[in-house]
Design a protein around this ligand. Structure first.
Ligand code: NAD
Length: 433
């Protein structure tokens, strides 16, 4: 099939590359000239396992191309995916500027029947809004259908998730258009869920809010475990082995971040408030998450007192492992607060330093973990990258000024850390002192 992705970020680029891998002809369009310039040169602008290799394959087979020209993409495709960003504004509203611009742009270039797919995460009602914008801006008499098809990929696993979806949600009033998309996704497997546009849009928000709530739930239980002498990792295991509960999203830590859960939970409660339904569970999940991510700062103050002039080493900047994305990452808030309290920060991450450098001032970034830890008054492990799971702990202990180790992701064993002489603090487990 001939496809066009408009918006070549984590979702658009991964979807486009994977659909080209499945022998479709794909044009990836973005208004960001630098990004398209890089892609045309074969340079992958984001970090996703396997994506660069698949991209190269797609380009060399003539299945994949990149363009800044929306008109070129639209006229040369039968199915057009809207995959632009939908950021949060004014404390929770979804900024649909890019979606609306793209919908108007598509309408002006349409020269034949097209299926337009809204893949960006958008509030309930947006499929109809997009349909209206296209109808209002159509130059000729071309026909079209709009399908809501929310995306569920996880950054860090984006290629795998795209090629192995649990389910494909297709929301449209026109079953024929939804069936065409079902055919496109068929080779990937996954159960097809055909529904109306409103339900499709709600499925995405409800899914993310549920997962965010699960994370905040286990973090709240972790905080209680610390008070009563229970171990949250054992509690989570005992709970998660119940197939009704599952182990997924049941790891206590510093809470969720990234470009989706924070904005999507806010968007859902904003939508609910507008309709007079207060979503109390989701509101609590957000509140718990906000305080959980600042827990290491409180721990640092409890053991070091005043942070003025203290050297704190942060391990991990991306919001989770295997991605370079630092949007809404706990590390960013933690670092800013330490610096506000007078602390000095060294930070280490395998790939997210360039992105973190764009949003943080006054941080000494180190490629080498041991250089970052040298002379530190404390280490805070924020992101559970593999390299931080295999530290030479004896060496770390030796080079630190004071062996305070705050393990925000419960990577290490409590007894081992205490035996090695660390003042070891983790989440929901027995803590030093
Ligand atoms: P992103 O910021 O990585 O990429 C968005 C791209 O759209 C950017 O490259 C930007 O330049 C481009 N763009 C913006 N306006 C444009 C316009 N008018 N014309 C052409 N290009 C334009 O965003 P993302 O993370 O890929 O997310 C895209 C959407 O998918 C969002 O709605 C997000 O909530 C949703 N989503 C994201 C994920 C994820 O893990 N990142 C997962 C599921 C759903």
């Amino acid at each position: 099939m001939k496809l066009c992705m408009i918006g070549t970020g984590y979702v658009g680029l991964t979807t486009g590359v994977c659909l080209a891998y499945l022998d479709n002809n794909v044009i990836c369009v973005d208004r960001d000239k630098d990004r398209i310039g890089l892609l045309k040169k074969g340079v992958m602008p984001i970090h996703e396992e396997g994506l660069a290799e698949f991209m190269q394959q797609g380009v060399s087979k003539g299945r994949l191309e990149f363009s800044e020209d929306l008109g070129y993409g639209v006229t040369n495709a039968d199915i057009i995916f809207i995959t632009v960003g939908t950021p949060s504004v004014n404390g929770g509203e979804v900024d649909l500027t890019a979606v609306k611009e793209v919908a108007g742009g598509i309408a002006k270039c349409m020269d034949s029947y097209k299926i337009i797919v809204v893949k960006s995460t958008v509030p309930v009602g947006t499929q109809r809004l997009v349909t209206g914008i296209i109808a209002d801006n159509l130059k000729g008499r071309s026909n079209f259908d709009v399908v809501s098809n929310p995306e569920f990929l996880r950054e860090g696993n984006a290629v795998y998730d795209t090629l192995h979806p649990d389910r494909v949600v297709l929301g449209s009033d026109n079953f024929k258009a939804a069936k065409v998309l079902a055919g496109l996704y068929m080779p990937m497997g996954g159960r097809m869920v055909f529904t109306d546009p409103e339900s499709a849009e709600m499925i995405k928000y409800a899914s993310n809010a549920f997962l965010a709530t699960k994370i905040s739930f286990i973090n709240e239980i972790a905080n209680l475990c610390e008070k009563v002498g229970a171990d949250v990792t054992k509690v989570a295991l005992g709970m998660g082995l119940d197939s009704r509960i599952s182990m997924d999203f049941l790891e206590a830590g510093l809470g969720y971040g990234g470009s989706c859960f924070p904005k999507d939970t806010l968007a859902l409660i904003t939508l609910a408030d507008r309709h007079g339904c207060s979503l109390k569970t989701v509101k609590s999940a957000i509140e718990i998450n906000e305080s959980q991510r600042m827990k290491p700062v409180k721990m640092l103050q409890d053991c070091l007192g005043n942070l003025e002039g203290r050297k704190i080493c942060i391990l991990g900047l991306s919001f989770k492992p295997n991605t370079d994305d630092v949007r809404q990452a706990p590390s960013i808030d933690i670092i800013r607060e330490i610096i506000r309290l007078g602390g000095r920060v060294t930070a280490c991450d395998p790939i997210a330093i360039p992105n973190a450098g764009k949003v943080l001032d006054g941080v000494e970034f180190c490629e080498d973990t041991y250089q970052a830890a040298e002379g530190a008054d404390a280490i805070v492990l924020v992101t559970q990258w593999n390299q931080f799971k295999k530290l030479d702990l004896a060496k770390i202990r030796k080079i630190m000024k004071r062996p305070v180790f705050i393990d925000g992701r419960n990577v290490y064993d409590v007894d081992t850390m205490l035996k090695l002489g660390f003042e070891y603090y983790s989440i929901g487990r027995r803590n030093y002192g």
